[in-house]
Design a binder for this molecule. Structure first.
Ligand code: TRP
Length: 455
């Protein structure tokens, strides 16, 4: 490793629960609240769920385990980690560099969606977006996203909040906060589920989410499931490698990854159970993406007893989910700037924030000042999403799997996963290795080609 000045102990996660909370905090995010429930409902319910589970177990989970193992072995940021673990002069460190770029691209639009969530907490409290008329809630959302000042200022509020938490450090910032927020998230979700399930058409909502429809299983939905599994578990760009570098040496990596994946799935399912029974009860169409969260949901809540309070709960919950994910995305460039460029934690965070305010503003202004500005036929919001989700993440996933499967090798993986022989999980390491060497790279390649519309 090329770090000097490491006389002080490296910051990291201090307890088993802290590791779990922070890692789960990264996995749980906006993806759970609208992407997962909607995609599951629209693509065949239980049959999609089955494919999603297979994609997670065969591809996403092995890559997640690989990233964490690499990070913990090297105890460094993704660039330094791959420089240290790869044979001399092989450019695997480019995975880390691409991850840093992806982090800025994802954060540029992700932070703007979080900005809307923050703004909606206030709007829910003031009651200004509560209306049973979808046209009214649609106009309210439209006026927010097309106002350049509000869009920018709320994004800065989000960035400054996240930056403040990151400056506290890994143990005192990320870990301490996610340890408090993750249990709260589950509590609020269960509360909303109980309310939603008590409504008239709860059954219809559940049927939308769970009724298996195998006729909707096409090659395209299989690939959608795989892409979702990737985004959900925050893999392919060094986030999990970065968090892995904070794992304790006695942490059981495969068990932790499995728990994170299961808990993340729980949050996704609970989000669907909280949302769709209510949406069907009041006769709305289950819309996709931002429209579901910012237009349909306010209209639904306006018709539920105590709906205003519950809507505040819903947006606070979404903000909590998004916070852990945003922190993990920002931690990648912060750690790289710290360890590779020798900046202090404060300066590294401040530089990341400054750059993000710049790149993020292009997404904040997508619906106002820059509404006419497109590249390759996409506005900045969609372009950044496309390039990161469809190009960098899957490519990163392929190369991480190939690196472990063909360069790092079975022996290193087995030693890392068994904590140098202290855990008896050799068979499991064998399965993970086989998946990484052959199965994951091929399957991911299919996702990529589909993303690029090459077949
Ligand atoms: N997993 C988060 C979500 O579901 C998003 C996220 C956080 C992410 N870190 C990431 C996605 C790294 C890809 C890569 O919302």
């Amino acid at each position: 490793m090329s770090q000097q000045q490491t006389t002080a102990k490296r910051d990291g996660f201090s307890s088993g629960f802290g590791v779990l909370a922070a890692t789960l905090g990264s996995a749980v995010g906006l993806g759970n609240i609208w992407k997962f429930p909607y995609l599951t409902g629209a693509n065949g319910g239980a049959s999609f769920l089955l494919v999603y589970l297979l994609a997670t177990l065969l591809v996403a989970l092995p890559v997640m385990i690989a990233e964490i193992a690499l990070g913990r072995k090297a105890k460094a940021n993704p660039i330094s980690a791959l420089l240290a673990l790869a044979p001399a002069r092989q450019p695997w460190w480019l995975i880390g560099a691409a991850g840093m770029v992806a982090s800025f691209l994802i954060l540029s639009f992700y932070s703007e969606v979080v900005a809307w969530v923050f703004a909606y907490i206030l709007k829910a409290i003031s009651g200004s977006v509560l209306s049973s008329d979808r046209a009214v809630t649609e106009a309210a959302f439209g006026s927010l996203i097309s106002d350049p000042v509000q869009s920018l200022v709320w994004q800065w509020v989000v960035l400054a909040t996240m930056g403040g938490i990151l400056m506290l450090g890994v143990t005192k910032g990320i870990e301490a906060l996610t340890k408090k927020l993750m249990p709260l998230l589950f509590l609020l979700l269960v509360l909303l589920c109980a309310v939603s399930l008590s409504l008239d058409k709860a059954r219809e909502g559940l049927a939308f989410l769970f009724h298996p429809d195998f006729s909707k299983l096409t090659a395209a939905t299989v690939l959608t499931a795989l892409g979702l599994a990737f985004f959900k578990l925050s893999i392919g760009m060094g986030t999990m490698m970065t968090y892995g570098s904070y794992f304790r040496d006695d942490q059981d990596i495969p068990a932790t990854a499995f728990r994170v994946m299961s808990a993340d799935l729980c949050v996704s399912l609970l989000a669907g159970i909280a949302i769709f029974p209510a949406v069907f009860t009041f006769g709305f169409e289950p819309a996709a993406g931002p429209a579901l969260v910012f237009i349909t949901i306010p209209a639904v809540f306006s018709q539920i007893p105590m709906g205003q309070a519950l809507m505040v709960v819903f947006f606070v919950l979404t903000a909590i989910a998004a916070t852990g994910a945003t922190l993990s995305l920002m931690e990648v460039p912060v750690l790289i700037l710290q360890e590779r460029f020798g900046l202090s934690r404060r300066k590294a965070t401040a530089s990341t924030l400054g750059l993000l305010a710049l790149t993020g503003s292009t997404c904040a202004l997508t619906n106002s000042a820059l509404s006419g500005f497109t590249l390759f036929g996409l506005n900045m919001f969609d372009l950044f999403d496309f390039v990161s989700s469809n190009l960098i993440l899957p490519a990163g996933g392929i190369f991480i799997a190939l690196f472990v499967g063909w360069v790092w090798g079975f022996d290193q993986l087995r030693r890392a996963l068994s904590n140098e022989g202290r855990l008896n999980n050799g068979k499991l390491a064998g399965v993970v290795f086989f998946l990484l060497r052959y199965v994951s790279p091929l399957l991911i390649l299919l996702v990529m080609l589909k993303g690029l519309n090459l077949f």
